[in-house]
Design a protein around this ligand. Sequence first.
Ligand SMILES: NC(=O)C1=CN([C@@H]2O[C@H](COP(=O)(O)OP(=O)(O)OC[C@H]3O[C@@H](n4cnc5c(N)ncnc54)[C@H](OP(=O)(O)O)[C@@H]3O)[C@@H](O)[C@H]2O)C=CC1
Ligand SMILES: O=C(O)[C@@H]1CCC=N1
Length: 280
Amino acid sequence: MAKLDKTVGFIGGGNMAEAMIGGLLAAGVCEASRVHAADVSRDRLAYLKTTFGIHTTGDNCAVVDGCDVLVLAVKPQVMGSVLSTLDAGCGPRLSKKLVITIAAGIPVQTIEGMLASAPGLAVVRAMPNTPALVGCGMCGMYANPHVTSADRGHARAILEATGRVIEFETEALLDAVTAVSGSGPAYVFYFVEAMVKAGENLGLDTKDAFAMTLQTVKGAVTLMEERGESPKELRQKVTSPGGTTEAALRVLREKEFPEIVMTAIEAACQRAGELSRQYV
Ligand SMILES: NC(=O)C1=CN([C@@H]2O[C@H](COP(=O)(O)OP(=O)(O)OC[C@H]3O[C@@H](n4cnc5c(N)ncnc54)[C@H](OP(=O)(O)O)[C@@H]3O)[C@@H](O)[C@H]2O)C=CC1
Ligand SMILES: O=C(O)[C@@H]1CCC=N1
């Protein structure tokens, strides 16, 4: 992967920042000496410094000053206070930088509005997911009109360091991305938890039930990736008429499994919309 000739700063050094920093360094996109992170937790900063050898600080504006690309990686709940402190402390110094926000639900317009001392701010809104930690992330991104094509390339290089990126022309779709792939790993983990529990109930020990479930999910994913067949076709090949799979799928259908999944994902999407109104 091509090396990025930019310094990257993170405001918020939690789970997603860690995944992104790990990806940037592992892919060789950035050297540790060109990555900065700020957090309110001293323990977190010590952990990031020890693990990655990056620059750390408790001062958000120091990160702004040390970077070309600023990643806003705090929770939506604190984004309003983080942005107003940045605007008051170092807002005008942001105007030449690229800002990438990964917060669920928070629109670009809100970021621009709260960083009003940097008019014409280049903002990319991105929605990664935690498999980024192992280089298998899925990230949706939208760039506002102030983002130059060079900066779009920089944003892609940073986000692609942890997995796949799909770019959208319409920001409104980012809430759907959040609901499908941002939160998506949790749905898969929940399904796996339920399969393991079912195996235990049928007499398997936890270790075996987990190993079987994991390998089954991995095998199913690989089949979908490597064969040009749809999930529906692959499902039908597992389902022998009058057999065991049919018995299980009948229960899933009777309990309205597809409707439950769709309603759940719609709830996540709706919540993304609420987060922007509730916290900023
Ligand atoms: N987790 C996920 O799967 C995904 C998360 N996201 C988004 O990424 C963002 C971060 O999420 P995640 O990494 O999970 O959250 P974390 O809580 O793990 O990380 C956020 C970090 O920011 C710190 N923080 C709080 N206030 C400030 C402040 N004023 N200045 C600097 N740092 C501060 C927090 O410290 P403390 O904990 O002490 O408050 C914490 O260490 C969120 O907006 C979320 O919507 C996007 C995609 C997926
Ligand atoms: O649950 C959340 O709000 C964040 C955003 C996507 C995944 N985690």
